[in-house]
Design a protein around this ligand. Structure first.
Ligand SMILES: [Zn+2]
Length: 331
């Protein structure tokens, strides 16, 4: 099977991902207890309009509204018997918008269950759930699977295994390093890029997290450890979430995200997108930045020689994490 992602990368050198789905759906009226994936059939126009907004902004990749599309996540909405249908629908809508010049990424997020031995879920059970989701995504026409917002390597292994059971399409993996520059389960960026590359995953990176400043350091660490042949991908949140009148908003402006895109390119990251809080306006600003000349001089925005801090971030870290997890039902 041809790898359309690597083909397009070879042709363009650099690809612009897309932005958030969850915060866009909330703007369109998705309520707290609602199922984002159900919108693929019940509010298809709204989902398609979000995809279209990213296509118009210049994104090379449209990501499906299927982040919570495993049976474990859909069960929270009593939709566990509609895995294939809801994933296929989300993919088909994206495929219609993407046309011939853009790619469709089939989003696959965590099951929300803890893996053995910390929890009840075995790798084989999780793999079966991911295979079921991947089959629906493949039937809807995705070009590759995007396993994202992962914190456990065991769960990534299950997702990669499941995707490969369902289809020969490529699998891309991004993990979330939101806990002192590690994932919640303690995985470092270097461990992630080396382990995943060893499993035959070629495009590897980070998504979500604590905004562009942190992801810059994470991607710097990944770039240092990157095996020959690995392609890096970054999808940062649009800054940090702030609570205001009971609502979450993100403080990263389109200009901030344009600067982030430039800095990612300087680090050699080849697939650059955004996550929670980002909008078509952010992506359009990033597109303009990436269509312009690269930075003449790159200086890391952090102390590159410093060892990883040993203590958790101070200040409003706990509030930020709580806000982020509240958001995490959909990317
Ligand atoms: Zn996110």
């Amino acid at each position: 099977m041809t790898d359309r992602l690597l083909d397009l990368l070879a042709r363009k050198g650099l690809l612009l991902g897309d932005g958030a789905m969850g915060t866009m759906l909330q703007r369109a009226g998705l309520t707290d207890g609602g199922s984002p994936e159900l919108w693929n059939v019940e509010h298809a126009d709204a989902v398609q309009a979000i995809y279209q907004g990213y296509a118009d902004a210049g994104s090379d990749i449209i990501t499906t509204n299927t982040f919570g599309g495993t049976r474990y996540r859909l069960k929270l909405h009593h939709l566990q018997d509609r895995v294939f249908e809801l994933n296929q629908a989300g993919a088909a809508l994206a495929h219609a918008v993407a046309g011939d010049h853009r790619l469709v990424a089939g989003s696959m997020g965590p099951t929300g269950e803890l893996m053995e031995p910390l929890g009840p879920l075995t790798i084989d059970e999780a793999a079966a759930a991911f295979a079921e989701q991947a089959a629906g995504l493949a039937a809807g026409g995705v070009d590759f699977f995007l396993v994202e917002t992962m914190s456990s390597l065991d769960e990534v292994q299950a997702a990669v295994q499941g995707a490969r059971q369902a289809s020969e399409l490529p699998v891309v993996v991004t993990m979330t390093f939101d806990t002192n520059f590690r994932t919640m389960m303690g995985v470092t960026p270097a461990q992630a890029v080396q382990t995943l590359f060893g499993w035959g995953v070629t495009v590897i990176g980070a998504n979500c997290g604590n905004g562009p400043a942190e992801i810059e350091r994470i991607m710097w660490e990944m770039a240092q450890a990157r095996p020959e042949g690995a392609v890096l991908m970054a999808q940062s949140n649009a800054g940090l979430p702030r609570w205001h009148d009971g609502e979450i908003s993100y403080d990263g402006t389109p200009e901030v995200m344009a600067g982030y895109a430039q800095r990612m390119r300087a680090l050699g990251v080849q697939v650059i997108g955004a996550c929670c809080g980002s909008t078509p306006e952010h992506m359009a600003a990033m597109r303009r930045a990436l269509d312009g000349p690269p930075l003449a001089h790159y200086q890391p925005a952090f102390e590159a020689s410093a060892a990883a801090p040993q203590s958790p971030p101070a200040g409003d870290g706990a509030a930020r994490r709580a806000a982020r997890r509240a958001q995490r039902s959909v990317e």
